[in-house]
Design a protein around this ligand. Structure first.
Ligand code: NAG
Length: 491
């Protein structure tokens, strides 16, 4: 039995130490087997019991040893068989795993080639299930455990690296936010500085506006003061003019004789043929300043020598100039020639203000001073009712209403101001010699010729082709004219 065990054990290639142990065991077993024969012989031969105590001790000890050895041997046998079954189990386990692997490989191949039917699949699964059953569950569990551990470790590593990434990214974000915060802080401080600047500027503006408003008030006050002053001065000039007129020229009505040379081409006589028309000035209370000015000019003889002539006819007026109008500034000339400069030097060339009286409007055949502001010394005879065009702006506004703006643009151009809207003084009227005036008014202008003027502009177009020379202008004492006088003399 022991031998059999020994051989069986040997067949399973046990280690050399195991073999030696077994050999010792066999030897002991044989020894024990022979022992009962010897002890029987001892008991049967009492002569050998001369040394019973020693031999009994030995025998007892040997027996004890043998029992222990036997026990040890039994234990070893048990261990051996356990070991053996384990080895078998391991072997089988590996065989099962291998077959499972092969079956898997086979299944995989078939699956790849697409030749695995539903039936075969089931069979394969059954086969695998069967094989798995036969693998030692402990080993399977161990393998599973190892695999789980590996997986867990990998997972932990993955999670750890992800955490690291996350932390890095968060750190970056924090850095970015800090940078942004700094930028915002800068922006905010800039804005605060700007706000302060604007507030300071606003304060400065408020101060400036306040100052300007104060200045405007002062100016408005001054303007109204000047306005009052102007009106007072106008009234005084009027009063002084009246005194002047009364002292020098009497109370009027003042009549003026205007003698002109019509230079009639029809008249073949060598004697120049003089024609006359008579003006009567407005009552001295109505237009004192203008009357004083005109009478002074006449009294000084400015209109009775040199270059005065009736030169312009734009249709609505017939204008007389103390200078050849071709040389006037508006025609590019220099206002040269007497008596214009003499008048200017004497300071009686023009009115000091635009005197006007609504009770004496610019109706047909009345006379007015030309040029606004400071009208004079040119004067004109109205050939039509020019009350609206030559009167004060208030009257025009009242009469034209909504059409006023268009009227101003049409009459005076786009950039006209209130100056040109002031009235011309109207201070007398034709009372005799209307036919002479009408004859002069019939004379043609350069603008009416087919060739027109030579590019002299609007005023040039209104120049008479044959100007009418003013021979003399004189104040009549009696209600008679020089023409009448002349004819009387002839008589
Ligand atoms: C002259 O014109 C004005 C203004 O248009 C007008 O009020 C006045 O009646 C006219 N005078 C005559 C005599 O037509």
């Amino acid at each position: 039995m022991v031998l059999f065990t020994l051989f069986t054990a040997r067949r399973f290639s046990l280690t050399t130490s195991w073999l030696n142990l077994l050999r010792l065991l066999v030897f002991i077993c044989i020894h024990i087997h022979n022992q009962p024969v010897a002890s029987a012989q001892d008991t049967s031969s009492p002569d050998k019991a001369s040394e019973p105590s020693r031999s009994i001790d030995i025998l007892e000890a040997e027996a004890r040893t043998a029992r222990e050895l036997s026990y040890a041997a039994a234990q070893l046998r048990k261990d051996l068989s356990t070991c053996q079954s384990r080895v078998q189990s391991v072997q089988k386990g590996f065989q099962n795993l291998y077959s499972t692997h092969l079956a898997n490989v086979d299944g995989l191949r078939k699956c790849k080639e697409g030749i695995l039917g539903a039936q075969e699949m089931e069979e394969l699964e059954a086969k695998l299930a069967k094989l798995n059953d036969k693998v030692d569950p402990e080993l399977m569990a161990e393998a599973q455990q190892t695999e789980d551990d590996n997986k867990r470790r990998l997972r932990y590593e993955e999670i750890a690296s992800k955490h690291k990434e996350l932390i890095l990214s968060l750190e970056n974000q924090v850095k970015q936010l800090r940078l942004r915060e700094k930028a915002w802080e800068r922006t905010i401080s800039e804005l605060v500085a700007r706000r302060d600047l604007l507030e300071r500027r606003e304060g400065a503006w408020e101060r400036t506006i306040g100052e300007l408003m104060g200045e405007v008030e002062v100016r408005a006050k001054r303007e109204s003061w000047w306005e009052g002053m102007k009106m007072e001065m106008e009234a005084r000039i009027g009063a002084l003019s009246k005194i002047g007129v009364l002292e020098r020229f009497g109370p009027g009505p003042h009549q003026i004789s205007v003698v002109v040379d019509l230079d009639d081409e029809q008249d073949t006589s060598s004697e120049p043929k003089h024609s006359e028309f008579i003006l009567e000035l407005a009552p001295v209370d109505v237009m004192p300043h203008s009357i004083h000015l005109f009478l002074s000019q006449i009294a000084e003889g400015y209109w009775s020598r040199g270059t005065p002539a009736i030169v312009i006819n734009p249709g609505h007026v017939l204008q007389a100039c103390p200078h050849p109008c071709l040389e006037s500034a508006s025609l590019g000339g220099k206002y040269s020639g007497d008596p214009y400069f003499e008048m200017k030097k004497a300071g009686i060339d023009a009115v000091s203000f635009q005197e006007y009286n609504p009770n004496y409007p610019h109706e047909k055949y009345t006379i007015g001073l030309a040029g606004r502001p400071h009208s004079g010394p040119e004067f004109y005879i109205n050939l039509a009712n020019n009350t609206l065009d030559h009167g004060p702006v208030e009257q025009r506004k009242k009469e034209l209403g909504a059409r006023f703006e268009d009227y101003v643009k049409e009459m005076f151009g786009e950039d006209s101001d209130d100056k040109v809207l002031e009235p011309d003084p109207c201070f007398g009227k034709v009372v005799k010699g209307f036919d002479v005036v009408d004859k002069i008014a019939e004379r043609i202008t350069w603008g009416s010729l087919p060739t027109k003027g030579e590019g002299g502009g609007r005023l040039y177009d209104h120049l008479l082709v044959r100007p009418v020379k003013i021979v003399s202008v004189s104040i009549l004492d009696a209600k008679s004219s020089i023409v009448d006088k002349a004819s009387n003399d002839e008589l």
